[in-house]
Design a protein around this ligand. Structure first.
Ligand code: V47
Length: 353
């Protein structure tokens, strides 16, 4: 059996086999990933109606790739008050938005209550809103800064109303690359430990991979393998999200930018390797809407959502700051021959558009 037959038979592939897929013909690889996508989701493309809120950009950690944190290149520190956040939530709720995705920098000055009380306030006023909040990097920061264990922070999250965890902060798990791009932040083992503990509470989360900077192909495959191993244990990851590195306003000196071909290959390979993660998100914010639409034919079955406003990736050059109009989004998915399916945050289907 050759590798293609092996993949089509449903057998699991190993590290070397996965790496060798980068050498496969581009369209053949796309077709393989598409076959896997069709097995799982047919022609459905999921999205949700969501709003990102990034309440503070003041950060105790330094990641070379980050343009969001206030620093020399981005001298506009801000921290929202809970009233400001609640005003946004009130507005978006009145317009039918169902998920609030809250991710902050690691602000050492707010007190832990500022991070947690907002979830309780949102849940008290809008119990039907799904709160996706606090990356494992934030959990690690809060634990370190306030002298708590991961278990204590995760229990507080459940108690205060967090429904699911976003996949941020995973970056690249390879320790050498990670040390170079974000030394001092949550380690790979800690990131995985936090998600394992979250899953053990019966909760779901996502997992990202930041690629297209200084990492090598082998580092991406290693990243996927570590995700697959944890998913075998917990089954708690809903979705894999490869984030394409944005190059503006940061301190990572990347000489050669990733091509669309390499992005699509990476998406396709992740669809094949991550045989136990149901959903692959083409996050249009970092890939552009056009490439995300093409990625639907390279394994991706989810396009995130309307987002409305986003500050982390747009600070680094992504053309995402103002989200995308719902009708336009639906029409784009239809025009590419896929079926737009609105989902909730944990992938229950809400409406076929
Ligand atoms: O962890 C930071 C990334 C992430 C850059 O869980 C950058 O559904 C590209 O995790 N270029 C935060 N990326 C965003 C995130 C996310 C987004 C959408 C959906 C979900 C989900 C999660 O943004 C960070 C980091 O990896 N990031 N700087 C940059 N220059």
């Amino acid at each position: 059996m050759n590798l293609k037959e092996k993949i089509l038979s449903g057998a699991r592939i190993d590290f070397e086999e996965a790496l060798s897929l980068y050498e496969m013909d581009f369209f053949e690889l796309g077709e393989l990933a598409d076959a896997k996508r069709k097995e799982l989701h047919g022609k459905k493309t999921y999205f949700n109606i969501n709003r990102h809120i990034n309440p503070t950009n003041i950060c105790a950690d330094i990641c070379k790739f980050c343009a969001y944190a206030a620093n020399r290149k981005n001298p506009n520190p801000y921290t929202m008050t809970h009233d400001e956040i609640m005003n946004i939530v009130k507005d978006v709720h009145s317009r039918g938005i169902k998920e609030i995705h809250i991710v902050s920098a690691h602000n050492p000055d707010t007190g832990i209550e500022w991070y947690l009380d907002i979830f309780k306030k949102i849940k008290t006023h809008y119990p039907d809103l799904h709160i996706k909040a606090l990356t494992a990097a934030e959990v690690d920061f809060l634990a370190r800064h306030y002298g708590k264990t991961y278990d204590e922070i995760l229990d507080l999250m459940v108690q205060y109303g967090v429904d699911s965890m976003p996949g941020g902060g995973a970056e690249i798990f390879d320790e050498e690359v990670r040390d170079y791009i974000c030394k001092g932040k949550v380690t790979s083992d800690q990131w995985l430990e936090i998600h394992e503990k979250w899953h053990s509470r019966g909760k779901k989360s996502n997992v990202t991979m930041l690629f297209g900077h200084v990492e090598k192909r082998k580092d991406r495959i290693d990243h996927m393998m570590r995700i697959r191993a944890l998913q075998d244990k917990t089954g708690g990851f809903n979705c894999f999200i490869p984030l394409v590195y944005q190059s503006e306003n940061n301190y990572l000196n990347v000489k050669e930018y990733i091509t669309a071909n390499e992005i699509l290959k990476t998406m396709a390979i992740s669809r094949i390797v991550l045989d136990n993660v149901a959903n692959l998100k083409a996050y249009w914010v970092t890939s552009t809407v056009n490439l995300a639409l093409v990625a639907q034919e390279f394994g991706a079955n989810d396009l995130d959502g309307t987002i409305e406003k986003e500050s982390i990736n747009s600070a680094a050059g992504a053309a995402s700051a103002n989200g995308v109009n719902l009708e336009e989004f639906v029409a784009l998915i239809k025009n590419t021959g896929f079926i737009p399916v609105e989902r909730d945050s944990v992938y229950n289907e809400i409406k076929v558009w």
